[in-house]
Write a protein that binds this ligand. Structure first.
Ligand code: PHE
Length: 343
């Protein structure tokens, strides 16, 4: 019996929403629900399948349904007639409007957008690339041939069906694609999600976001790199921020460096966030290795360039005072709706 009851419930909803466009649809309604082969009759014939002790209750429900359908038919027939009041006239314009719930942007998007905007003002164009990438664009073209030890630095997720495919470990794949597609001068900024097989904890996750930049032209020097990143740091962290470069190693850049900024919380005095050093590491950078340019068909005798890459999660944790990176991917609206910004 519960099946039939459920059916009646949903029929009621359907009927409630029914509106007659003209006399013809009124007739269609009558045939469908109240006709000799209509739904009400059909339900009546279910009576024989109902156990004796439930027949009375079922009969009452059916009767009620029949009356409901008939009265809907009557009222609809009237309003579909010549005196039908148009739905336009029924609107009460003095009623308050429906509230439009406002969403909020994800803190990672907010942080990513503020990074992008700064570089866009310097003439960088935003470029995006695939998250599932082939080995060549993620590694080989970036001067990391097969068996290169630096491949182990980036614990890679491979696609099972095809060992040549992987989840990109950095957005440098997009820089390669841009260099293949365009001729210098190239000035792009590449945001996106990247994946590394790391244990998930409050500090690290198996996926995160990066923004990487690339500038290729004649006579681009390390001084240009430094000036660009200094401008970025001042715009992002305030005009009093200090920067420093430490020598580092990336296979795709030579020379390579890591850039630190003076700690935004203690201004260099030393606190727990900067582990008492007064500095925060924010990005890796360097001059694009000639092999990388050659791999993409760019004359490395004529052109030089710089590249840099930074994570988005860490600065977002700092800016919003969040202490667990996992919160970014848990989709808890109570967390997410706290972030509002004009960007
Ligand atoms: N691709 C590097 C990473 O993911 C970052 C980087 C980009 C370093 C460009 C130097 C130059 O860690």
């Amino acid at each position: 019996m519960s099946d039939v009851l459920q059916k009646i419930q949903s029929l009621k909803k359907e009927i409630e929403l029914f509106e007659f466009a003209n006399d013809q649809s009124a007739e269609e309604f009558r045939i469908k629900y109240l006709g000799t082969k209509g739904i009400v009759k059909e339900l009546m014939s279910e009576m024989k399948n109902i156990p004796v002790e439930q027949k009375k209750e079922f009969g009452q429900i059916l009767n009620e349904f029949k009356q409901f359908t008939e009265s809907k038919y009557e009222s609809l027939k009237q309003s579909s007639g010549s005196e039908k009041i148009s739905s336009h006239d029924q609107i009460d314009y003095t009623l308050p409007g429906d509230e439009m719930p406002l969403g909020s942007r994800h803190p990672i998007s907010l942080m990513q957008n503020s990074i992008l905007t700064i570089f866009q003002r310097l003439g960088f164009a935003v470029a995006e690339g695939p998250e599932i990438e082939d080995d060549w664009h993620n590694f080989t073209a970036l001067n990391l041939p097969e068996h290169h030890p630096a491949r182990d630095m980036q614990d890679t997720f491979y696609v099972q069906q095809n060992p040549d495919w992987l989840l990109r470990t950095h957005t440098s794949n997009t820089q390669i694609r841009e260099m293949q597609k365009n001729k210098p001068p190239i000035r792009v900024i590449c945001p996106g999600r990247v994946y590394r097989n790391e244990t998930i904890s409050a500090r690290s996750h198996c996926f995160f976001h990066q923004v990487e930049g690339l500038y290729i032209d004649e006579k681009v020097s390390f001084a240009d790199l430094k000036q660009t990143l200094y401008f970025f740091a001042k715009e992002m962290y305030g005009k009093d921020v200090k920067i420093r470069f430490r020598p580092s190693y990336f296979p795709f850049t030579e020379p390579s460096a890591e850039m630190d900024i003076s700690c935004t919380l203690c201004a260099g005095a030393g606190c727990t966030v900067c582990k008492r050093t007064g500095w925060l590491e924010i990005l890796g950078c360097g001059m694009v290795h000639p092999n990388v340019l050659q791999n993409c068909g760019i004359d490395s005798e004529k052109y030089t360039g710089f590249a840099f890459g930074m994570g988005v999660e860490r600065p977002a944790l700092l800016k919003y005072g969040i202490n667990d990176i996992r919160l970014f991917s848990e989709n808890d609206v109570r967390f997410l709706k706290q972030f509002t910004s004009a960007i």
